[in-house]
Design a protein around this ligand. Structure first.
Ligand code: HEC
Length: 201
């Protein structure tokens, strides 16, 4: 028989359980926020880690074969956005302060698979990032800074990267990207979720 006392006890236990779970998640989110975006004393971006577990938004490719053998960016670009900014994007349709977008470079590997001829990913060969931060880039257009961790001719990456000169990166992004210097025109994941609370809408 269930007594009133045992029912009360279960309710108390249940509330304690919910509180514990909530605080675990809160801590998790806080450590994500703390860990993904860090600058050193010289204002260089410390190479982010763990981004392959963020939100994957797309993979543009401009292969050499389609650009007279001289594509400006001949490798695959696997693009990710940090989870905190993704959540804000879904709600507001805007990239918030602190947005970090990662572009991981992957070589073109095989051009044949059992499914047919095409372009298939080879090896990781580089890393670039764009960051929106009013604090770090008060004067930059849209407060975006661009970073390159790739070391030419090496598979290793820089541990930190200085912000690129505006003419190297910002100018093209500002002139051509559909949304606030991000090329959302090539990322259906971002377009479909823009300003929507759930993925299913
Ligand atoms: C001539 C134009 C141009 C220049 C210069 C350029 N980019 Fe981009 N960038 C693009 C385009 C187009 C895309 C999306 C398609 C793709 O990846 O090929 C892109 C995508 C990106 C992305 C993924 C997020 C997004 O905005 O779509 C990052 C990060 C990025 N570029 C960083 C850089 C950095 C760092 C530099 C400078 C070292 C740079 N870009 C220079 C055209 C440019």
């Amino acid at each position: 028989m269930i007594t009133q006392k045992s029912t009360q006890k279960s309710i108390v236990l249940c509330i304690m359980y919910i509180l514990t779970i909530t605080s675990v998640f809160a801590e998790d989110t806080a450590s994500t926020i703390r860990s993904y975006l860090n600058f050193n004393e010289q204002g260089e971006l410390i190479r982010p880690t763990g981004y392959r577990e963020w939100i994957f938004v797309g993979t543009p490719l401009t292969p050499n074969d389609m650009n007279k053998g001289k594509a400006a960016f001949p490798e695959f670009h696997n693009v990710y956005i940090d989870p905190v900014s993704w959540a804000r994007w879904k709600k507001t349709g805007k990239f918030p302060n602190g947005t970090l977008v990662i572009k991981e470079l992957v070589s073109v590997g095989s051009k044949q698979a059992s499914s047919g001829n095409g372009y298939f990913q080879g090896e990781y060969i580089g890393l670039e990032a764009s960051v929106k931060s009013e604090k770090q880039f008060p004067e930059a257009v849209g407060h975006w800074g661009f970073f390159r961790f790739t070391i030419e001719g090496s598979k290793k990456l820089r541990k930190t990267a200085a912000v690129q000169a505006s003419e190297n990166c910002t100018a093209c992004h500002h002139a051509n990207a559909a949304t606030d210097q991000v090329f959302t025109q090539y990322y259906p994941v971002l377009r479909a979720s823009r300003g929507k609370d759930t993925d299913s809408k």
